[in-house]
Ligand binder design. Sequence first.
Ligand SMILES: [Zn+2]
Ligand SMILES: [Zn+2]
Length: 337
Amino acid sequence: MTGTSSTFCVSRRRLLAGLAAPALTAAAGPIAAQTAATKTAAQEAQAALKDATGTKLVLLGTGAGPGPGRTRQMTSHVMLSNGAAYVLDCGLGVTDQFARTGIPFSALRSIFITHHHPDHNIEYGPLLVIGWVFGMSLAVRAFGPPPLKQMTEDFLRAYKTTIGFWAEDFKMNPLGMIDATEVSGAGPVTQDENVKVSAIIVEHPPVKPALGCRFDFRDRSIAFSGDTAPLEAVAKMAAGADVLVHEAMYIPALETYMRGEIAKGRPVKFEDYMAHMKADHTPVEDVGRIAQEAGVKTLVLSHLLPAIGSIRDDTWRAAVAKHFKGEIIVGKDLMVV
Ligand SMILES: [Zn+2]
Ligand SMILES: [Zn+2]
């Protein structure tokens, strides 16, 4: 495997170099500037991970919802502990963002999906295939609500021919099936030498079940609300954790944003849309209350709704600080916590 994959790497580099040249030539100023900005965030993440002594969390994507082409990518995270990588959620962009951290795909141990909305699962299958091309172990495991097993089987079946060509070309073991475990209720999910993972059921209608998760590493505990309306169970799950990553909705900006979208022709009714959002997500003030009740050291605001760049960090922070006295971090893509 090692010999063939290094041969493969050389051809891949040639392939990528060949692809990159015309793309760069075609890139106009703003695109080049954006690439440079991404590179800086990636370099910062790589440096932070290189110097890390303990478990680290990287926010790969911090935007709520499945909007393409935004500054903030859809939701995904990776935790790196003792050389093993644990991905939570697979919104569009997870594979690129993972690669930008510099963590090798061979480090990928497990993938967790909180719920079956596209901003959390749409790139689950592609991550498996591209991960495999770049050295992901076939022993990687996946966890998430039903029908994760069926989804995994169906996706890998759909790409069987593609995988087969690549495996033949580069003499790799084909990505056949991976072990997917369905999680339907609250309680322990899995455990290995680095981490114990547990889940709770959160409130995100009509998605059932939708999960919140807690990762207890040897040196650090990190809890994730998942997508949820304000929920006591999240405070209980996160009790005493070092870090709580909580979704956050800023209603005034969301209202303005949606009125604009509807004016542009988006086919939803304002009242229906806002009622859905309030039933499914947590206003940022409530995030502060929940974090204070949980007594976490650090609160990370992520899955920001609306996922637009014009809301200042101070606005998010001020709403939370009314109730929460610990450290507040407004999430940014590729930030290392
Ligand atoms: Zn979401
Ligand atoms: Zn959702």
